[in-house]
Design a protein around this ligand. Sequence first.
Ligand code: XMP
Length: 472
Amino acid sequence: MNIREALTYDDVLLVPKMSQIRSRKDVNTSTKLSKNITLNIPIVSSNMDTVTESKMAIAMASIGGIGIIHRFCSIEYQAKEVLRVKRHQSMIVRKPLTIDPNSTLEELRAKAKEYGYSGFLVCEEGSTKLLGIITKRDYVLENGDEKFVRDLMTPQDKLITATNEISIEDAKKLFVKYKIEKLPIVDENFNIKGLITKKDLVENFDDKFSAKDKHGRLLVGAAVGVGDDFMERVDALVDAEVDIIALDIAHGHSLIEIEALQQIKAKYPNLEIMAGNIATADAARDLINVGADCVKIGIGPGSICTTRITTGFGVPQLTAIMDIYPVCRELGVPMIADGGIKQPGDLVKALSAGADSVMLGGQLSGTEEAPGPVINYNGRRYKISRGMASLTASISRPGAKEDLSKITPEGVEARVPYRGPVKDVVSRYIGGLRSGMSYGNAMTIKDLRDCEFVKITNSGIRESNSHDNEIL
Ligand code: XMP
């Protein structure tokens, strides 16, 4: 039998080219996620329950990528998470500071000093009902610390307010028309839902780079499996106006996935579908032939995956991408490289090999926006990352098998370092990508495909990492 050699990211390097790029800032990092969805950065957060719920998806779309909400929860929960992203307005502060109407001027001044804000929404402690606003001009000339907020505030009936649905442009118009500094967001019963400040809107709000739909709302995806209720789940997600459905099973090149894909496309011909996971050109062709709008590559490369160990199957990720790329190029369907990305250089290698974007799991699971608490262990901060086919994930999913001995895990649970806000992690990746594009004389991600790979040895890998010194 002729056994092919298969490679992954660490086995290769890209050969630098004469570069006409003068600044890393000049390169264009936009890419196709699927046939009809464009992102501003080629990064997708994984549909794992320790990676993507609405908070992550909002953060990812805000910086130009997208998050795929996981499916290991009830249909209602997942659909609500999608709605949260679609309804998100990044200019709205969701939990504005409030002050009780019975507070004194002295207490107000102390609170203003403590938080560095001069104005507050007024509502009784324990309530969310907006009673008024107090801003600096209401009290700056007041003497007598014993006066009450309720007597100085602008009362509810004189307030200009808006509801959650307000657009940026309409909010701007209200600020100009009424010469206000703060615009409370309330529901029909005057419960506080947020706050827009003139400062945030005029000085800080820059959403030019975020990934949005045609109505200006953030993009979001959601995963479904092929279980009995999958069509019900798709219906609920479509109702919540999801932008793309990830049809996500471990072995995507299967009759059950093909049938599910056909069923979804028959009902929703215009719904974008990400199909996966796969590792061969035949799989890509079969899924694209029944309507996949993008394919997701990765059988076992993930940081918490043990599929290859448990089943003996898989293809090292770089070879899988290179094998599939000609089919995706011929049929005009983008591909996502899912799993195994540990460093920005791996992202550049994945895109050079033919991927249009990458999906990150473990690298994002330690961030602030990933679900789950920060844990302290031996003086260090961590979060949890777990494989969706790990034992704990299998036990905790809805409708789990009762008999643990019947579960054969294909993933593990792990501790990952706490990494702070996701934008900082992604920014390191995009910084690496921009530099990489300059080394490869690539103004666009497509241009990276002209770069040459060389295979390296263990000595090359050793040379690539910092060596012969003690890292500080
Ligand atoms: P990284 O390396 O970014 O990989 O952490 C994330 C991807 O790993 C896949 N995944 C699994 N694969 N068993 C597997 O074989 C699992 O339990 C498992 N859970 C997640 C998934 O494709 C994810 O995006």
